[in-house]
Write a protein that binds this ligand. Structure first.
Ligand code: MLT
Length: 236
């Protein structure tokens, strides 16, 4: 029987680790939204790395590299973590390296799972359709903020849990998935209002990045599903 589980922090991942489930990495504000956008704008491959030092080594080899810490672009790199940074022809057909405060840490934590894919509101429908077709247990891994719970990733996990729970192949939601689903059901008529006092929304708003929030909360801007293959994200 397939399970849908939600893990609220990369630190908790070892508790949920299994050999046969699909892990969906979630960092809607903004890493997984930036990744979906980069593929939509023609990136060939994204190499997620955990540290700025690793990213720098790639930069020195001539790669295009995105690097963000605390929501700010790291000096000396090509891009930060705003999806708008990736809306450029510069990335067409290119391999991009990316390191972010939380999103790429979650990828690192789960990289040896059976299958790892990237989820955001921007690719919601293609993700859910693919999960239904795969017909395996699903772990929705929220990147959170520095291993703490966050509201926006949980909201997205709840949206996916709600959608999968309508399908006969996903009869079982764990308590975390149920909580996320109930939260999403409360929030979905006005997610912006629901997130108004959340920490990362406030952090991004203080950096004048409200347009990133609006873009990242939009459904189905792309029908591409990034999947991890041998340490690289690709779309098939
Ligand atoms: C992250 O990966 O840490 C986040 O996406 C932070 C951000 O908004 O840049």
């Amino acid at each position: 029987m397939n399970k849908v589980e939600v893990c609220f922090s990369p630190n908790l991942y070892p508790v949920y680790k299994r050999t046969d489930n699909i892990v969906v990495i979630i960092d809607v504000l903004r890493a997984t939204s930036a990744i979906c956008t980069a593929f939509y704008y023609g990136a060939e491959k994204i190499i997620p790395v955990a540290t700025v030092e690793e990213a720098l080594k790639y930069k020195q080899q001539g790669f295009l590299v995105g690097a963000e810490r605390d929501a700010i672009k790291v000096d000396g790199f090509d891009f930060g973590n705003s999806p708008f940074d990736y809306m450029t022809d510069k990335i067409k057909g290119k391999s991009i390296v990316l390191t972010t405060t939380n999103g790429t840490q979650a990828i690192e934590a789960a990289k040896n799972a059976h299958k790892v894919v990237i989820g955001a509101f921007l690719n919601f429908t293609v993700l859910c359709d693919w999960l239904k077709k795969e017909n395996k247990s699903v772990l929705l891994l929220c990147s959170g903020w520095k291993n703490r719970f966050n509201l926006e990733d949980t909201l997205f996990a709840g949206a996916v849990a709600e959608e999968l729970s309508k399908h006969v192949n996903f009869p079982f939601l764990d308590d975390a998935a149920l909580a996320a689903k109930f939260m999403y059901q409360t929030a979905k008529t006005n997610p912006h209002k629901y997130l108004r006092n959340s920490s990362h929304r406030k952090r991004l708003a203080a950096l004048n990045l409200k347009k990133d929030i609006k873009y990242c909360l939009a459904f189905d801007k792309t029908n591409l599903l990034p999947i991890l293959e041998k340490d690289c994200l690709v779309v098939r």
